[in-house]
Design a protein around this ligand. Structure first.
Ligand SMILES: Nc1ncnc2c1ncn2[C@@H]1O[C@H](COP(=O)(O)OP(=O)(O)OP(=O)(O)O)[C@@H](O)[C@H]1O
Ligand SMILES: [Mg+2]
Length: 356
């Protein structure tokens, strides 16, 4: 969804646990990191992908703009969750103009919401389809209400929305600037956040399957809260850092570790079910590798469980793999540490308004 013209943008990833902002510069030899910032949101600010407290989000975005001193005002944001529908459909061959006209009549059968309540975007994928007279079209629809919430937040923070992207595609764009794809190899990109997991199965640069699952790190934190009868913040701290001992080592209490293991198992199970669904419903069933990112990619057991169950190599994605980072300007240890959490923002930050 396009809103205006611009060349440079900032990527703004409004996640339910934290907001990330990034500015990248594209040069002759690739991308350079210009700015990055990340600030946590208070719990319950975003629930089930709905922004419950937009003032809190605006506040955090303003804080990020201040602390990073970003001057650029054009912003790209991403949507995810059940309010976003992504469908590949086959239609009779027609021009993009005709398609935009026709889609209002065609889309109804593919979208589980009132057509008047959604913003739609259509792209012709392969005008020269193998089937004569037909073409594949990518239909993306998002609830207007949700798009409007994001647009308002950007505007209130003094930003100009130029593109509203979709997180699963941001994930793919992030991957493509950083990794070579072996022709013929199918890979799974999997971003495991706090509330959502975004999946995108890709072959030869083409997305074959996308899905957002409502599983993530919050499930672990909530189980720790219940199990130990402690607050969200305390549970979150235990999950991430464990308890510091006198000699500075961090030790995760056995009880917490047990919860992390069992919920990791559930998360991995959900991911596996989607991948199994994909392989069962497609002729191409050979997945070569799974790439993990998002905050929960830092939980080693999720990686290990997926690898063992699916019998496919699982690897962590480094969204900064091909991005130049000036060591004098950035704390590289910090950047390395938060790298998995920055994946979506990198994908948003490399968008230009007129690419699709
Ligand atoms: N070192 C760590 N160990 C375990 N979990 C971690 C670690 N670092 C971050 N997390 C978890 O990762 C999640 C945050 O990841 P991320 O920033 O990708 O999510 P988000 O974008 O805010 O949320 P979402 O996209 O799901 O709305 C939180 O649940 C957090 O507890
Ligand atoms: Mg996220």
């Amino acid at each position: 969804m396009l809103f205006g013209k611009s060349k440079d943008v900032i990527g703004l990833d409004i996640g339910s646990s934290s907001v990330k902002i990034i500015q990248l510069k594209e040069g002759k030899h690739g991308y350079t990191l210009v700015n990055f910032g990340m600030i946590a949101l208070p719990p319950e600010t975003i629930v089930d992908n709905a922004i419950m407290n937009s003032a809190a989000v605006v506040e955090v975005v303003k804080e990020l703009l201040n602390s990073t001193k970003i001057k650029e005002r054009n912003v790209v944001m991403g949507l995810s969750g059940h309010s976003v529908i992504i469908k590949k459909i086959t239609l009779p061959t027609m021009s993009q103009e005709q398609l935009e006209e026709a889609i209002h009549w065609e889309a109804e059968q593919y979208i589980p919401f009132d057509i008047n309540d959604v913003n739609m975007d259509v792209t012709i994928l392969n005008p020269n389809s193998t089937v004569a007279g037909q073409m594949d079209v990518l239909l993306v629809a998002a609830k207007k209400e949700m798009v409007q919430d994001y647009v308002s937040i950007a505007a209130e923070a003094g930003l100009t929305p130029t593109v509203i992207d979709v997180d699963v595609f941001a994930l793919q764009n992030m991957f493509e600037i950083n990794y070579e794809m072996n022709p013929g190899e199918t890979i799974v990109l999997c971003n495991i956040g706090a509330a959502n997991t975004n999946l995108n199965i890709i072959n030869n640069g083409i997305s074959l399957f996308t899905r957002d699952l409502t599983v993530g790190g919050n499930m672990i934190t909530e189980e720790i809260m219940k199990g130990l009868n402690i607050s969200f913040d305390e549970a979150e701290a235990l999950k991430i850092g464990g308890q510091s001992t006198a000699d500075g080592d961090s030790v995760i209490p056995q009880e917490v570790d047990k919860i992390i293991q069992s919920v990791s198992d559930m998360i991995a199970n959900e991911i596996q079910r989607s991948i199994d669904f994909y392989t069962a419903t497609t002729a191409d069933s050979s997945i070569g590798r799974i790439y993990l990112c998002g905050g929960c990619a830092k939980i080693a057991s999720i990686l290990r469980i997926l690898e063992a169950r699916l019998n496919i190599p699982v690897e962590l994605v480094n969204p900064f793999r091909n991005i130049e980072i000036d060591e004098r300007r950035f704390d590289t240890e910090y950047i390395q540490n938060i790298a998995p959490l920055a994946s979506i923002s990198v994908g948003l930050g490399i968008r230009r308004p007129y690419d699709k």
